[in-house]
Design a protein around this ligand. Structure first.
Ligand SMILES: NC(=O)c1ccc[n+]([C@@H]2O[C@H](COP(=O)([O-])OP(=O)(O)OC[C@H]3O[C@@H](n4cnc5c(N)ncnc54)[C@H](OP(=O)(O)O)[C@@H]3O)[C@@H](O)[C@H]2O)c1
Length: 210
């Protein structure tokens, strides 16, 4: 599969490595331009290329967005129509500034991203896993229920299926927390599962109590 990655930091660069190891092609972008990603791309190998943000969106059947949430309106609103967009961004007011509608619980950061990226099929995912764990805790030899969980949420069930498969291919197990509005809240920084090292089985048990 062709995967565009926007954001080449802790999460974006490590996700790129894992997707490439699983056999996918990656086009990766940051805010400063493709020439600043030369070293990363040479480390990632021939299945990776450095591109502009616009070209990462164009390239990917799936586009993985992993930037500081507060920068989301700097992404182009066009160019994501019909694309599955994985949103790993978390809202941290200290870093991102205050968004009153988020502070009041009226919406979620993923819904705001979805409103901005016209026609994107948003799947919130990879939000609760620390990048060092993303690097090391995938294990394809384990049965799904015993693998480290990566949560997903979204309103498009086909898009969620595609993302769940990608998660399994990199050695994790996807657990669906529901629609973007309610399910997205279950993955936010104040949620009980946030930044917890959980297997899929343990995650399901916690969510059942929610
Ligand atoms: N760190 C974690 O363990 C973790 C875990 C789960 C979720 N998250 C969330 O995932 C997101 C990324 O986290 P991170 O730790 O990977 O951040 P990071 O290491 O600071 O990397 C951020 C990346 O986003 C790029 N970027 C910033 N503004 C951009 C823009 N307007 N357009 C395109 N690219 C832009 C940066 O590129 P430049 O260098 O060119 O600015 C950089 O490559 C955040 O929302 C974070 O809260 C992080």
């Amino acid at each position: 599969m062709k995967i565009g990655i926007i954001g080449a930091g802790n999460i974006g660069a490590n996700a790129a490595k894992l997707f490439i190891e699983a056999g996918h092609d990656v086009a990766i972008a940051n805010s400063r331009g493709a020439e600043t990603l030369k070293d990363l791309v040479s480390e990632l190998g021939e299945k990776a290329r450095a591109v502009s943000v616009e070209d990462a969106a164009k390239f990917g059947e799936v586009v993985f967005v992993s930037i500081p949430f507060g920068k989301y309106t700097s992404l182009p609103a066009e160019g994501f129509e019909g694309k599955i967009v994985i949103d790993s961004n978390n809202y941290y007011p200290g870093r991102d500034g205050n968004y009153l509608e988020l502070d009041a619980g009226k919406t979620t950061s993923s819904e705001l991203l979805g409103n901005h990226l016209k026609g994107a099929r948003i799947v919130k995912g990879f939000n609760t896993i620390w990048f060092e764990h993303l690097k090391t805790q995938g294990n394809k030899d384990l049965p799904l229920e015993a693998r480290r969980v990566i949560f997903i949420a979204g309103d498009d069930s086909k898009a969620k299926e595609t993302v769940a498969k990608l998660i399994e291919e990199i050695g994790f197990a996807a657990v669906d927390t529901g629609f973007l509005h309610e399910g997205g809240k279950l993955q936010q920084p104040d949620a009980p599962v946030y930044n917890k090292t959980l297997t899929a089985r343990e995650a399901e048990a916690i969510l059942e109590k929610e």
